[in-house]
Design a protein around this ligand. Structure first.
Ligand code: HEC
Ligand code: HEC
Length: 503
């Protein structure tokens, strides 16, 4: 297993900058300007303003236009939300880095689907104000695909609703605010809605006009709290359109073979689903050699799919290794969205901690009470610093190092992976789980999730196959899906003759 070094992290930064370069068409600044941005310079989202300026590279002028064209497909309320999402005046106007939601959550429409509402950084850059020139976020920026379906936010589940999380978010350090500045943040948002003149590229009139037409809201009557709530409701209108489309190779193959794509509803368990999928349907279809594959979904991807979905029943040290090709992944990554919305420890924090403080160090770490130190990246100089995840919200031992199970669709646009962004590839993330499973079985993983014990007998071939399967979770645009679903549709031939694979 490789852990991304600082060097690798800096290449993530270079990549992220090249993504924003493609959008803005201007030279990225290594260091954000230290002085506060002048108020009028923030009148238009930076990337849009810069692309409009005559000094910007001419080739990039069309980029905001592409975004605008894509957003034109949305309903007016979602377009208003998108405009707010892209508007860096929503961030602290006095901060040393103009920030919008898009700064970290880079939308698919802005990148030709290369990024999926996240950047390419392990940890994102946020305004530092008086705390140096720039700061990194505590955690990796997650995708916003299907975010409105989550039961809690963010990865430690501190907030139980999206409006509650965004109320915090819009007045938080992600948007350039410090603790104690909440009232000021709300007043700035109120002033933005009232004073905007509607000249940025995504504007369809001043905010006052747009809120009136789209939401029948008179912004002049809004208190700072109301203004914040109106902005949040609009952003959620946009986020409601930020969804996966079930248009991946995975979906095509499930549909072509009439296989159920996920749990049947409340009360259905991953194990029930696994039983239905494997013991009846797949066994039958394979027996009659009638599985249908599409596009580049091949035998490897199919075997990877089975290893990913195959669940383990029991585990004991005496039977260890007897059960083979069992990923047990759907125990937590429950299809069709590949999450159970719950919190599990798969060892990420321990690996980060032990890499700095030595093997076994995390086992002996005794956290006192939740504090800034227990919500921190690991620090060689201070062994109290670690990110204990869910434990910060609910300090019980079983929550140490637990994070919300991430969704897995469109992995090509959401790397790097895990809450700390330390795994550059899906393969590294898979290998980290396998290492966690191995340590758990040896009693060497602190607070190991019991489901890790059931991961069993995964070979190198299984890992390679699973990586191939993950490629089948990348979606094609919905308008291309029909063609994609029937492209190169073919009947599965006899298996590769790999006797190790069973149903
Ligand atoms: C400076 C970077 C940054 C900016 C700006 C930013 N975010 Fe985030 N966002 C993050 C990070 C990092 C997380 C993960 C936080 C965690 O897990 O503790 C996150 C988490 C989220 C989540 C939770 C997703 C989940 O599945 O739990 C949502 C929703 C979200 N952001 C929406 C927004 C919106 C809307 C805006 C603009 C108002 C925004 N973000 C601005 C970095 C950013
Ligand atoms: C015990 C529950 C559980 C099981 C079983 C499990 N995972 Fe995970 N997985 C998680 C959690 C929780 C995370 C996030 C951990 C973190 O950020 O610290 C995660 C993260 C990931 C990620 C990174 C996603 C991202 O966007 O950051 C991948 C890829 C992944 N898992 C694949 C797998 C595969 C493949 C398997 C089966 C071999 C598997 N998982 C089994 C809970 C689980």
């Amino acid at each position: 297993m490789t852990i991304a070094s600082r060097f690798e992290q800096s290449s993530f930064i270079a990549l992220a900058l090249s993504v924003s370069l493609a959008i803005s068409g201007c030279t990225p600044k290594e260091e954000p300007a230290t002085e506060a941005a002048p108020a009028d310079a923030a009148a238009v989202p930076a990337e849009i303003a810069q692309a409009e300026a005559p000094a910007a590279a001419p080739a990039a002028v069309k980029e905001p236009e592409i975004v605008k064209l894509e957003l034109a497909k949305l309903k007016p309320e979602a377009r208003l939300g998108a405009r707010l999402f892209y508007d860096n005046r929503l961030g602290n106007p006095g901060a040393n880095l103009a920030t919008s939601c898009r700064t970290c959550h880079i939308p698919a429409e802005a990148t030709g689907n290369k990024r999926r509402w996240t950047d390419k950084l392990a940890l994102s850059v946020m305004p530092a104000n008086d705390r140096g020139s720039k700061l990194e976020t505590l955690r990796n920026t997650p995708t916003l695909l299907d975010a409105t379906t989550e039961k809690s936010f963010p990865s430690d589940g501190e907030y139980e609703s999206l409006p509650a999380y965004l109320t915090h978010k819009l007045t938080s350090e992600h948007m350039g605010w410090r603790a104690g500045e909440t009232d000021q943040a709300k007043k700035e948002i109120q002033a933005l809605l009232m004073n905007d003149d509607g000249t940025d590229v995504l504007a369809e009139g001043a905010y006052a006009e747009q809120f009136k037409t789209v939401k029948n809201i008179d912004v002049v009557t809004l208190s700072p709290d109301d203004a914040l709530n109106a902005v949040i409701a609009s952003i959620i209108d946009y986020l409601n359109t930020v969804t996966t489309n079930k248009s991946a190779g995975y979906d095509a193959v499930m549909q072509q073979n009439r296989l159920p794509e996920g749990l049947a509803g409340e009360g259905d368990t991953p194990m029930d689903y696994f039983g239905r999928l494997f013991l009846s349907r797949i066994a039958n279809e394979e027996g009659r050699v009638q599985m249908r594959f599409v596009a580049d979904y091949d035998e490897e991807a199919y075997q990877g799919f089975k290893a990913f979905f195959r669940m383990g029943t029991t585990w004991s040290s005496s039977t260890n290794g007897e059960e083979t090709n069992i990923g047990n992944c759907i125990a937590c990554h429950v299809p069709p969205r590949f999450t159970d919305g719950k919190f599990h420890n798969v060892g990420t924090t321990q690996f980060e901690y032990d890499a700095v403080h030595g093997e076994g160090a995390f086992m002996n770490y005794k956290p006192a009470a939740p504090s800034d130190k227990t919500r921190s990246r690991v620090d060689a100089k201070d062994p109290e610093k670690a990110d204990l995840g869910r434990w910060n919200i609910d300090p019980k031992d079983e929550n140490i190092g637990a994070f919300k199970t991430p969704k897995l669709r469109n992995p090509a646009g959401t790397d790097p992976y895990m809450h700390n962004g330390r795994y550059a590839t899906v393969e590294e993330a898979i290998r980290a789980h396998l290492k966690a499973a191995e340590l758990a079985k040896a009693g060497k993983l602190r607070n190991a999730d019991p489901e890790l014990l059931k991961i069993s007998g995964l070979s190198e071939k299984d890992i390679a196959n699973m990586v191939k399967f993950f490629e089948q979770l990348n979606e094609v645009p919905p308008d291309q899906y029909r063609d994609f679903r029937i492209s190169n549709m073919r009947i599965r031939q006899d298996p590769l003759g790999e006797a190790t694979f069973s149903n």
